[in-house]
Design a protein around this ligand. Structure first.
Ligand code: RB5
Length: 146
């Protein structure tokens, strides 16, 4: 199950992505925002981050205008590895090498067609493990030390 959330800058793209997920039969929960009224992206980054870090949701998608603010916020939640992706190569390799559990998108940067392909790529790839296991563990070590 997927958790999805955005601020007002990501609202329109979130609607497009949810339509795409509906067409593909992918289950998700929409944590808002529910209109284009101005809201604060850290709220949604934290909400989606916690939903994923708790284990209740397998992966998350966060969207703000650039994707930057909301990814920074989500990455403050322990256990979250949020990756801002504007292309399919990054979406593939952040799953395979970084075991990213949250995808961040820029609603004012990435068009809906590409964004949906990025989502499909992110959801369609698995972590490779092996040598990447150690590196991802090193990221968790940073969290523990700071
Ligand atoms: C909101 O105007 C905008 O700052 C936000 O969506 C995002 O781009 C922040 O990183």
């Amino acid at each position: 199950m997927l958790a999805i959330g955005s601020d007002h800058g990501g609202f329109a793209l979130k609607q497009e992505i949810m339509k795409h997920l509906d067409e593909k039969g992918v289950a998700y929960k929409d944590f808002g925002t529910y209109s284009e009224d101005s809201v604060d992206y850290p709220v949604y980054g934290e909400t989606i981050g916690k939903a994923v870090a708790s284990g209740e949701y397998e992966r998350g998608i966060v969207i703000c205008g650039t994707g930057i603010g909301i990814s920074i916020a989500a990455n403050k939640v322990k256990g979250v590895r949020a990756a801002l992706c504007g292309d399919c190569y990054s979406a593939e390799y952040t799953r395979r090498h970084n075991d990213a559990n949250v995808l961040a998108l820029g609603g004012r940067v990435t068009g809906p067609g590409l964004a949906c392909k990025i989502v499909d790529t992110f959801l369609g790839n698995e972590f490779e493990g092996g040598r990447h296991e150690r590196r991802v563990a090193e990221i968790s070590d940073i969290e523990s030390r700071n």
